[in-house]
Ligand binder design. Structure first.
Ligand SMILES: Cc1cc2nc3c(=O)[nH]c(=O)nc-3n(C[C@H](O)[C@H](O)[C@H](O)COP(=O)(O)O)c2cc1C
Length: 381
């Protein structure tokens, strides 16, 4: 969730930012120093396991929690574990979304290994899993073996430019219906759906808008996000995860005391109201929607859905199409029951689970999101 820069400037009217420019001008223009380095480090490791992992950690994942841990105790094998301190108990009570993010990670790992001439054999949940939640058992066991004949994946080329675009899209630039075909074509396991039809898009705008309102106005779910706000470059470098706010505007708002975790969580504050307004602007400017539905909701299915999802995101990147997951209506906390039912009636009328939903459109170019360095995610090397 993101307070967009343009929206905030509109709300403030420029005064504060200009005022801050004199006193804080230099500080406000500084950027994070280390938070984006993993994007440059991808592929630059000697060990083939580390090379593949250095790409995998660029995967999309809920609230950028990066809950992955790679156990390298066994030669030639990566055991993927989940860091249970990085779950989202309020908005993702069964860790369905966290598991999808781990599926995205595994798919990038597979593609990166193939690019390097290694076949990655991935066995999800080799010791089993539970529907209630992720326990201490491994998420996957991955064996890498050299195989020059392994097929390269053309989607891999788009990994460095892939983004979740959390800015409003251009209402004057429709998405051509033909754009959906290439997105659906890369899906392997889930059922792909998509629309750019104005009436259907409008209905989904309303639905996703309402779901965002509920998540933000429900104190226990919104607080989970606010606790993950990283405000300004120092916080982002110190914790390169969560929901990051950097750039001159946010540095100025932070320095002038107008944007903090406390003010963002206070419904009577300017920061709270502008935050809500900004997320609505995103939902309301969807120019199309895409989604994935699965017949069952097993852990293996969630992993396969993650693989499909990052492939759709990469296929959108290949077309220059903005892509932004909007998961609120799919979340399983009680206050969301209404939108959850509505989104399932609309997108999965014959049953199944709507696993992912995103808006698509053309938006401004956005930068990469922060990542923890690979070294901090390795166990038993
Ligand atoms: C399962 C899943 C659910 C997500 N849901 C949302 C969402 O509801 N809203 C949002 O802004 N981003 C959502 N995202 C995108 C993440 O916030 C994003 O991947 C993360 O911040 C890293 O940024 P990046 O994708 O640009 O690298 C989701 C991603 C995944 C994998």
């Amino acid at each position: 969730m993101m307070l967009t820069r343009r929206k905030m400037i509109g709300l403030i009217g420029g005064g504060v930012v200009l005022g801050a420019g004199g006193a804080f001008g230099y500080a406000a223009t500084r950027v994070p120093q280390t938070a984006f380095l993993p994007w440059d480090m991808a592929g630059r490791y000697e060990d083939p396991r580390l090379r593949a992992l250095s790409w995998a950690l660029l995967a999309p994942n809920p609230h950028n929690r990066q809950p992955w841990l790679a156990d390298l105790a066994e030669d030639g094998v990566i055991t993927l574990r989940v860091d249970r301190d990085r779950l989202l108990p309020q908005t993702d009570p069964f860790q369905r979304q966290i598991t999808i993010g781990l599926g995205c990670f595994l798919e990038l790992l597979r593609m990166a290994a193939a690019e390097d001439g290694y076949r990655a054999e991935i066995s999800p949940f080799p010791e089993g899993s539970a529907a209630a939640g992720l326990d201490g058992r491994p998420i996957a066991r991955i064996t890498l073996s050299a195989d020059p004949s392994v097929a390269r994946d053309p989607l891999f080329a788009h990994v460095p430019e892939r983004r979740s675009n959390k800015e409003p899209f251009d209402l004057a630039r429709p998405v051509a219906p033909g754009a959906l075909g290439p997105l659906g074509a890369v899906v392997r396991a889930a059922r792909f759906g998509g629309t750019v039809a104005p009436e259907a898009v409008q209905d989904l705008r309303v639905l996703t808008h309402e779901a965002l309102r509920i998540e933000v106005e429900t104190p226990h779910t919104f607080q989970e996000s606010v606790d993950l706000f990283r405000i300004g470059r120092h916080e982002v470098d110190a914790n390169p995860d969560g929901i990051d706010f950097t750039g001159p505007l946010f540095e100025s708002l932070r320095l002038t005391g107008q944007f903090s975790r406390a003010s963002a969580a206070d419904p009577s504050s300017f920061a709270f109201r502008s935050g809500l307004d900004a997320v609505f602007a995103n939902a309301d400017t969807a120019m199309g929607h895409v989604w994935l539905v699965t017949a069952d909701n097993d852990r293996d299915t969630q992993i396969a859905t993650g693989a499909d999802w990052v492939r759709v995101n990469l296929a959108a990147t290949a077309q220059g199409l903005g892509f932004h997951p909007l998961s609120q209506a799919l979340q399983e906390f009680p206050e969301m029951a209404g939108p959850y039912r509505a989104v399932h009636e609309r997108l999965a009328p014959d049953g199944g689970t709507v696993q992912m939903l995103a808006r698509i459109g053309y938006g401004p170019t956005v930068g990469a999101s922060p990542r923890w360095p690979l070294e901090s995610k390795i166990m038993n090397a």
